[in-house]
Design a protein around this ligand. Structure first.
Ligand code: ZN
Length: 315
């Protein structure tokens, strides 16, 4: 991860330091729509703006990143990478640094940094008849907590270039005049919906790659890729710690004292557990193999019930 503390991300998004995450998200979506590269084709200014706001949102749109950024800005210290902080998702690699939210295909910048790509060469200086690869698109997607824990499919809607259906990508009509469907550009922008597979146990902020789901190329060039950065939504009741799911459950003083059966809502099912006699607040009950799936694995963590004795509890 790369955070630039010299940049004022609040100013870039036009939000206040006191704004809530959802206001920031709303603002980001407005700006992203306005500056989306596929709707501002060839505009270097829009492309740069899109990169800037994506970088800013990646920091401010995530509570953890935002807190760290605020802290670093306040301290004025140099940011140190926290990429190798260990944890259950150690070993995941995320080749997409901050600030590279939207990159188009181009020659590699240097051998030292294989993922670094220079900004796009202006298309007007390139041979217009050369095949060119479609745009790579990178978006952030909100993934429901349970889907991230157990895997699943979610529909994702985005804009991309598709080959013009009218001229089938030739850019000209039967009379060799520029095609009216695409004004000779061979491609048109279309809103598409793709069912994306969310691997079970995926980590927050992990980038999934969907080859050939990006923009269409020109002159027979290949399709770009779609990259989706996973933003796991908060759950009102559950918390994920490594592959375990923790849930605080309120019980009445009576049940705590005498013990008895208690129905528990788990990730995708319910179960009845036996509360022990004399249970205290903070005591745990572990249900094995009912937590989140481990990343790329089949094994599951535990579901951990943490009791909270509450006079108001109806249980
Ligand atoms: Zn056309």
């Amino acid at each position: 991860m790369k955070v630039s503390i010299e940049k004022d991300y609040y100013k870039i998004l036009g939000v206040k330091k006191s704004d809530k995450t959802r206001d920031i998200k709303k603002r980001y979506r407005e700006l992203a729509r306005k500056h989306h590269p596929d709707t501002n084709e060839g505009s270097k200014k829009s492309e740069e703006a899109f990169k800037r706001i994506s970088e800013a949102y990646e920091v401010l749109g995530n509570a953890k990143n935002r807190k760290e950024y605020d802290k670093l800005r306040a301290n004025g210290r140099k940011h140190r990478s926290n990429r190798s902080s260990g944890g259950p998702n150690e070993g995941y690699t995320d080749p997409f640094d901050f600030g590279r939210q939207y990159t188009r295909q181009g020659p590699r910048e240097s051998q030292q940094d294989p993922f670094s790509q220079p900004p796009f060469a202006d298309e007007t200086v390139m041979d217009p008849d050369m095949p060119s690869r479609g745009f790579d698109l990178q978006f952030m997607v909100d993934v429901p907590f349970v889907v991230a824990a157990l895997g699943g499919q979610i529909p994702y809607t985005y804009d991309k270039h598709v080959t013009c259906p009218e001229c089938r990508g030739s850019g000209t009509d039967d009379y060799e005049d520029p095609c009216t469907g695409c004004q000779g550009k061979q491609r048109v922008v279309e809103t598409v919906t793709l069912d994306i597979d969310i691997p079970s146990g995926v980590a927050d902020q992990y980038t999934l790659k969907f080859p050939r789901q990006g923009g269409a190329g020109r002159n027979g060039g290949p399709l770009g890729d779609l990259m989706v950065k996973v933003c796991i939504e908060k759950h009102p009741q559950f918390k994920k710690i490594k592959s375990d799911i923790h849930s605080v459950v309120s019980i009445s003083p009576e049940l705590a004292e005498k013990g008895g059966p208690l129905e528990i809502q788990m990730l995708d099912s319910t179960t009845t557990i036996e509360v022990e006699e004399g249970t205290l607040t903070g005591e745990e009950f572990r249900i094995p193999d009912a937590g989140s799936t481990q990343p790329w694995g089949k094994k599951r963590g535990d579901f951990v019930v943490k009791f909270h004795i509450d006079e108001q509890s109806g249980k």
